[in-house]
Design a protein around this ligand. Structure first.
Ligand SMILES: O=C(O)c1cc(C(=O)O)oc(=O)c1
Length: 295
């Protein structure tokens, strides 16, 4: 599906300096070809379109996360960073063969992390010793590791995740099944993961992906994705200094509906109800992780 054109103006006013800490660029394919090993072919979504959305929604900065459709070819993401006027940082995907010179060049462009993806429909398996070697190497640049996985796979991945030597940022709350109770064992394990490991952060993003019963962020709906709220709110309230939020634009792989990104922004106060929580989620935390030299 193509992303939603003409997003509404959010009702919720973002705090000054807010960071969209999870978004992507796709190609354009003619300039930055998609990876041969990709599992999906997206519509093009350029840096210009991303930065226009940033301005429309009222964000000040972006964190551009390498999308799996570009594999370990980070050129489109790096191109977005270097053309952002310092307003974007990035997360790359690398292979074991990456050289120190390549890491340094990405660092100079604004990359501050690598992404390890365990969602089977998105990527082929990479051996854990290879990922651990990459994590140890990038730690020298002060980078962190972003992990994307499904909640059912957390038990099996636990030992690997808890051995990572860097800050670890979980994409989309580790994809809980929100039709299960928020107090049930599946989400309890995720909370235990964060509670016992102070280096673990979470993005409380992607209600449009996690929601089962909606309602959808479309047609002016101000109370979208009710079923996701208890999960995200719990993480924001228990770990206010280790949460991030992002639009996930242009929303790879959505099959049901494309959300109105303005209404997605209006979801934020439902999970971060106070001005202090909002400032931490949207400004303080992402600045500490991605622009610490400005603090
Ligand atoms: O759930 C997904 O399909 C998805 C895919 C990607 C990607 O392809 O990189 O990134 C995301 O954040 C989410």
């Amino acid at each position: 599906m193509d992303w939603y054109t003409g997003p509404s103006q959010p009702t919720f006013q973002l705090p000054a300096g807010a960071v969209d800490a999870h978004c992507h660029v796709f190609g354009p394919g003619a300039e930055f070809p998609y990876a041969p090993e990709r599992k999906y072919t997206p519509c093009d979504a350029s840096k210009h379109q991303l930065y226009a959305l940033r301005d429309h929604l009222g964000f000040a900065r972006n964190v551009v996360v390498q999308a799996t459709c570009h594999g370990a070819d980070n050129r489109a993401m790096v191109d977005a960073l270097v053309n952002s006027g310092g307003k974007a940082r990035g997360v790359a995907t690398v292979k074991r063969s990456v050289t120190d010179e390549e890491i340094q060049a990405m660092h100079d462009a604004g990359v501050r992390g690598v992404r390890f993806n365990f969602v089977k429909r998105l990527v082929d398996f990479t051996p854990k010793d290879e990922l651990m070697e990459i994590a140890s190497r990038i730690a020298k640049w002060g980078w962190h590791v972003v992990i994307y996985f499904e909640a059912v796979d957390l038990p099996e991945l636990w030992d690997f995740f808890t051995a990572l030597p860097t800050t670890v940022v979980v994409d989309h709350m580790g994809r809980p099944d929100v039709s299960l109770p928020v107090d049930g064992p599946q989400f309890a394990l995720f909370q235990k993961f964060m509670r016992e490991h102070p280096n673990v952060w979470s993005k409380v993003s992607c209600p449009e992906r996690l929601s089962v019963t909606g309602p959808k962020a479309l047609n002016g709906e101000q109370n979208a994705y009710q079923d996701v709220i208890p999960f995200a709110k719990r993480i924001v309230q228990e770990f206010p200094d280790r949460v991030l939020w992002g639009t996930d634009w242009p929303h790879p792989n959505l099959k049901d509906h494309m959300p109105d990104d303005g209404l997605l922004v209006d979801f934020i106060p439902h999970i971060a109800p106070t001005a202090e929580l909002q400032r931490k989620l949207l400004v303080d935390n992402p600045m500490r992780l991605y622009w610490p030299e400005e603090l």
